[in-house]
Design a protein around this ligand. Structure first.
Ligand SMILES: *Cc1c(COP(=O)(O)O)cnc(C)c1O
Length: 372
């Protein structure tokens, strides 16, 4: 079976995790601190590590709020993982579903501009497939209108735009280290920013709001006397997870090269199949998290998926539009999202795939359309 996605775990991660297990200090401690310092070095910014990408977004959403502010709306593309939306509603904010740009499938600046108003607190752009194209224009808009930007950078670990690393500039970027992301901790996430107040609040919020708990936990100590100033959650990273992430980060240059190579190979092998359309991405700049194609005949998607599965190839759909889910439903159509999503299909992409695997997938798609 060619899996849609999976992590690449070597004896290096296993040995480091085993050390934590033998030490019998599994919770948040010095290894979480070490991973944060390594990531800080990578992004040249401050980092708070948490339990998941979703909790990173939720904490960021809470940390940008000021008490009594009438700003409650967050502009977010409908075409994203439900985690983006749940992180917004979890802290009492309102997701305002925006359409996507038909070329990049990132949030449409035109559509978000039309939905911007005095209640807008922030924009949450999603770097779909890992491609941050358009983020600079969004920052320009946000600056002009004095609103915040919390990037859902879950797909974009190790991606660049105009030679700037995602997470190394801008307002706040949130990453995911769940088991299939560009690097993994098993489960995990990170908040990256230059804003010291956000870093302070985020590090307290993740430890149930217990102020100053982070520092003591890094020294393997507990906090017995403390104060709490706001709602917190049990969203800290654990040393067992950090032990995996530390080693994954060291292997990342290899992962990055491989992901880029495989995506370029797909582009090459699929380029002359008339029934599909490729999404142009600059793989010198981006590190692809998923590889998505557009089918010219959306009605063929189900049967193509079935056919590929019979050939031992898993595929996926990223994503069912959030504005069509009962909990997030609102009035208004999103023309591009609604017309494009039925034709999207995600092909297998992970670093343990081989050149032969990619050729096999491409050949299977070719033979499906040849048989129609
Ligand atoms: C994975 C992902 C998240 C959430 O990350 P978790 O670590 O799984 O909670 C958020 N947004 C997008 C676009 C993702 O792909």
């Amino acid at each position: 079976m060619i899996r849609l996605s999976k992590p690449s775990i070597s004896s290096i991660e296993m040995n480091n995790a085993m050390k934590v297990l033998k030490d019998e200090y599994l919770g948040m401690g010095p290894l979480t601190h070490e991973f944060e310092r390594d990531l800080s070095e990578f992004f040249k910014r401050e980092v708070v590590c948490v339990s998941s990408g979703t909790s990173a977004l939720q904490i960021a959403m809470q940390a940008i709020q000021t008490k009594g502010s009438p700003k409650t709306e967050v502009l977010v593309p409908s075409l994203t993982f439900v985690g983006s939306y749940q992180a917004i509603t979890a802290v009492g904010l309102k997701p305002i579903s925006c359409d996507v740009d038909p070329i990049t499938l990132n949030i449409s600046l035109k559509d978000l501009s039309s939905k911007f108003n005095e209640k807008t607190l922030a924009i949450m752009p999603v770097h779909y497939c890992g491609d941050p194209t358009g983020i600079e224009a969004i920052y320009k808009f946000a600056k002009k209108n004095k609103i915040r930007v919390v990037e859902d950078a879950a797909h974009a670990f190790g991606s660049y735009t105009n030679r700037k690393l995602i997470g190394s500039f801008g307002d706040i970027a949130c990453f995911s280290f769940d088991s299939i992301k560009n690097i993994t901790c098993g489960e995990g996430g990170a908040i990256v920013t230059d804003d010291k107040k956000i870093i302070q609040r985020a590090s307290d919020i993740r430890t149930l709001g217990v102020m100053g708990d982070t520092k003591r936990r890094y020294a393997k100590k507990r906090t017995w006397s403390f104060d709490i100033e706001e709602q917190g959650y049990r969203f800290h990273m654990t040393d067992l997870n950090a032990s995996i992430g530390i080693k994954q980060l060291k292997r990342f240059p290899v992962f990055q090269k491989k992901r880029r190579k495989l995506a370029k190979l797909y582009d090459d092998k699929l380029s002359n199949i008339d029934s599909i359309e490729l999404i142009k991405r600059n793989y010198e700049q981006i590190t692809p998290h998923i590889y998505v194609i557009k089918l010219k005949d959306a009605d063929s998607r189900d049967s193509l998926q079935d056919f590929l599965l019979q050939q031992g190839i898993q595929t996926g759909i990223h994503y069912f539009p959030n504005h069509q889910l009962t909990y997030f439903k609102r009035r208004g159509k999103l023309i591009n999202t609604e017309s494009i999503y039925p034709s999207l299909l995600t092909l297998p992409l992970h670093v343990d795939l081989t050149v032969k695997d990619i050729a096999y997938v491409a050949q299977a798609i070719r033979s499906y359309y040849a048989s129609l």
